[in-house]
Design a protein around this ligand. Structure first.
Ligand SMILES: *Cc1c(COP(=O)(O)O)cnc(C)c1O
Length: 453
């Protein structure tokens, strides 16, 4: 029997992250201050981030060393396996070869611990005792809770109230890893108290939760803030995925033709594609595909412009594809893909034509996820289903043309905490929303103005 699993040893965990800023044909425009619109200075970020992460955020060094303590913790589950989806290939009757990099094997079940561990480490080094963050569906909150616990840092998670009640098991995980998780808005911050005074029954939002976490970090000397996606240093930490993939494809004696990831804030996609981008820019790399929900089509229908990172205008502005910070996506089940913006580096690559983007309705995505579960056995996260859909579509194209392409996608996480949404899909109760152009135009009409020379 042929080998279909490509497994590396702990020694193969990369010793350095790859920083794409060294190889971009133009610089990513600087992040700007939300109030003045002027480029952020490192001093602006100091109240909430450690110096080491601020340096990484603006660095143009090609390789940034991964500290041994971080590699040791990553070794709890890394290197993540690369698996050839032979049963899915057979089911599709495609001549294409389909591989997936399984990031669902991490303790929290997704790629997010790759950056959570690094961020917890650098905060610990800087003498930080406590980290505050927000979480929507709970993937990021549980990843950071796990990472903070490894380094003995207190973790406070502001979880959007509606998810706090709807996804109790993600909250259980955070508590298991010694984090404190409160429903947001909470009584613990000024922002939270003000909102609750006006509207005690509010369901909360990611924007409110971000505001609470940032206020918490800015008002406590021993506390920092951490973000799970979008920022340069987060994408940097995720490149460990693509770097491992290169070694595994060499073992499999393959060269990838099509590389796919789902895109919310862009970190798992960045992680798998960045190590291939130099080749793409030089005209000899794989085709790169970003797959996003039709209900939140940032790359396919958004605009390349400066916008706030959060939904209320308190977080810095970034130059990126955006649907407008006031855009509110419909309640699709892929909670991790409901962000209005996109990582600035990925956005620039898309603007330069180095990457393709496509969008799928949630029924099409779930159909792909169910097919994957029934052939390969693993139940994917609703976010991951978007990547699987794109991989299946590419494999079906190969079936038509007879081409034997090598398709690789990032399996960003498992769906064991998302079975409620599978219930809905299997009962035929999931809705596809057609997003009116007017909703996008309205939010894009409220973009802020940055002042960069
Ligand atoms: C958070 C999440 C995503 C989306 O975030 P990115 O920053 O775009 O990677 C995708 N898949 C899973 C499983 C997630 O938890």
């Amino acid at each position: 029997m042929q080998d279909h699993r490509f497994i590396l040893s702990s020694q193969d965990i990369p010793h350095a992250w790859y920083n794409i800023a060294a190889d971009l044909p133009e610089l990513v425009p600087p992040h700007c201050h939300p109030a003045t619109g002027k480029p952020l200075t490192p001093d602006d970020m100091k109240p909430i981030f450690p110096d080491s992460l601020i340096e990484q955020e603006v660095s143009t060094e090609r390789w940034i060393e991964i500290p041994d303590e971080v590699r040791e913790k990553l070794a709890i589950w890394r290197p993540a396996p690369l698996i050839r989806a032979v049963n899915l290939e057979k089911h599709l009757k495609t001549p294409a070869r389909i591989y997936y990099k399984n990031e669902g094997v991490s303790p929290a079940g997704s790629h997010k611990p790759n950056t959570a561990v690094a961020q917890a480490y650098y905060n610990k080094q800087a003498g930080i005792r406590r980290i505050a963050t927000e979480t929507g569906a709970g993937q990021w909150g549980s990843s950071l809770a796990f990472a903070c616990d490894l380094f003995g840092i207190e973790c406070k998670v502001y979880m959007v109230k509606v998810s706090y009640h709807q996804k109790p098991y993600r909250r259980s995980l955070m508590q298991l890893w010694n984090a404190t998780c409160v429903a947001s808005p909470s009584q613990d911050t000024n922002v939270g108290r003000q909102i609750l005074a006006k509207d005690p029954d509010t369901t909360g939002s990611l924007g409110i939760a971000i505001s609470e976490a940032v206020e918490d970090a800015a008002s406590h000397d021993d506390t920092n803030y951490a973000l799970g996606s979008v920022l340069n240093h987060v994408c940097l930490h995720q490149t460990i995925i693509g770097l491992e993939l290169k070694k595994q494809l060499a073992l499999a004696e393959e060269e990838v033709d099509i590389l796919i990831g789902c895109a919310g804030g862009g970190s798992n996609l960045a992680g798998i594609v960045f190590p291939y981008v130099k080749d793409v820019l030089d005209g000899r790399g794989p085709k790169l595909i970003a797959s996003e929900p039709s209900a939140c089509p940032t790359l396919t229908r958004g605009k390349y412009a400066y916008d706030f990172g959060d939904s209320v205008g308190m977080a810095p502005m970034a130059c990126m594809y955006t649907l407008g910070h006031s855009f509110v996506p419909s309640g699709i089940h892929a909670g991790g893909l409901r962000y209005h913006g996109m990582a600035p580096t990925l956005s620039l690559l898309h603007k330069l034509g180095a990457m393709e983007a496509r969008s799928y309705h949630q029924n099409a995505a779930f159909e792909a996820g169910v097919m994957f579960a029934r052939t390969e056995g693993i139940c994917p996260a609703p976010e991951t289903n978007h990547a699987i859909r794109a991989a299946i579509d590419e494999a079906l194209k190969c079936k038509e043309t007879g081409e034997e392409k090598c398709i690789v996608f990032n399996f960003s996480g498992h769906g064991h905490f998302d079975l409620y949404s599978y219930d809905k899909y299997l009962a035929g109760e999931l809705e596809d929303y057609d997003l009116p152009q007017g909703n996008i135009d309205k939010a894009l009409g409220e973009l802020p103005v940055a002042h960069v020379d």
